[in-house]
Write a protein that binds this ligand. Structure first.
Ligand code: PLP
Length: 356
């Protein structure tokens, strides 16, 4: 597919953040974005790299009323070899297409988007931070842009990709989080949109997160919608539990987002010879494991933080400490191993890294 590049005028370009240790997450965007329009009659049009700026959406655009939207999140890294690395990008685009099918949005051509993304990142390469753990965050977004107020599947859509430098998630060290088990709210139900990466899931999670923050917790632990017993996810991440002789994560039953970091952890843990099970795990089993010491570690997984250790769980007003409340050996070593692969500091036996 054709790719047209319209560069931002020199005097319209932003100053790059000076201090790489204070990038935070999502605070900076670069000077350009990729966009591609789709209509039912013509399919996808040419990809265009254009100056970063407002989208000029009609106020009646379907996405603004009925939430027909899906997105992705991945990162570009400066590898030790000086090359720009992407981590499993085609898995993200394949998931974008699975999410799109669920939301009745058009699927993208993975190789066309890869080609456009490559040009965008090469154009913005001076924005990619070099500090360990820092990266260029990539946000592909697919929305229904057709302007019509009746509820219907959009005949006009828009894919755009914006990118921006983000810092190491743990600027102040790798610290365990405190999580709050909600029994009042649910994130997703089987048959709903929980396994699609769509804005609705985030909108649905905000109130529970606000109430957890107000109580001094960083994340919400989500249980299944039916009997509020089985663990599903934590915040906007997948979750793992390390018992004495088993690593457990909930199975992909339909209400859980199939995380790429989740799959990476499952693969690396199996490579190490650990006993790994994708099985139903209840909150009662986890609380009992805190009590008798059989639960050694718990951690969340996702692209932004990679591995986020859990130190404390509040369930029905009772606080339980996971392991000794500190970062566990498995959490730390998986975090190091994944970053080493992403930055090209150790071999990549599963060919996850794509060099630009
Ligand atoms: C994106 C996301 C994840 C993590 O997926 P990764 O591919 O590992 O980044 C987990 N849960 C939810 C709800 C998500 O949106």
């Amino acid at each position: 597919m054709a790719l047209r590049i319209e560069k931002a005028a020199a005097d319209k370009r932003k100053a790059k953040p000076a201090d790489q240790s204070r990038l935070g997450f999502g605070r900076f965007v670069t000077d350009h974005m990729l966009r591609c329009d789709w209509t039912r009659d013509q399919g996808w049009h040419e990809h265009r790299i254009v100056p970063y700026g407002p989208l000029n959406l009609d106020p009646a655009a379907l996405v603004l009323h009925y939430g027909q939207q899906v997105f992705e999140g991945l990162k570009a890294y400066y590898g030790r070899d000086g090359a720009i690395h992407l981590f499993r990008p085609r898995d993200n685009l394949a998931r974008l297409n699975r999410s799109a099918r669920r939301l009745c949005l058009p699927e993208v051509d993975v190789e066309d988007v890869m080609a456009g993304l490559r040009e965008l990142i090469l154009l913005e390469k001076d924005w990619i931070p070099t500090a360990n753990g820092a990266s260029l965050y990539i946000r592909p977004t697919l929305i229904a842009s057709e302007a019509v107020l009746g509820v219907q599947v959009a005949a006009e859509c828009l894919l755009y990709i914006i990118v921006g430098p983000v810092g190491a998630y743990y600027a102040e060290g790798f610290a365990p989080t405190k999580i709050f088990v909600t029994e009042r709210y649910v994130r997703a139900v089987i048959g709903g949109v929980g396994e699609a990466k769509t804005s609705a899931n985030y909108a649905a999670s905000l109130l529970a997160a606000e109430e957890a923050y107000a109580k001094g917790y960083t994340q919400v632990l989500w249980l299944d919608a039916c009997d509020k017993k089985s663990i599903e996810e934590v915040g906007t991440s997948n979750i793992f539990f390390k018992f004495e002789d088993e690593l457990v994560t909930p199975p992909l039953t339909g209400s859980i987002l199939p995380g790429i970091t989740r799959d990476t952890v499952l693969t690396l843990a199996r490579d190490r010879g650990l006993t790994v099970n994708e099985r139903r795990i209840t909150i009662d089993e986890v609380i009992a494991g805190c009590g008798d010491g059989s639960l050694q570690e718990a951690f969340a997984t996702g692209t932004a933080a990679v591995i986020s250790p859990v130190g404390e769980i509040n369930h029905q007003g009772q606080t339980s400490v996971v392991g000794d409340g500190r970062v566990g050996e498995l959490s730390r070593s998986l975090y190091d191993e994944i970053l080493d692969i992403q930055y090209g500091r150790r071999p990549d036996p599963h060919n996850w890294v794509v060099k630009l």
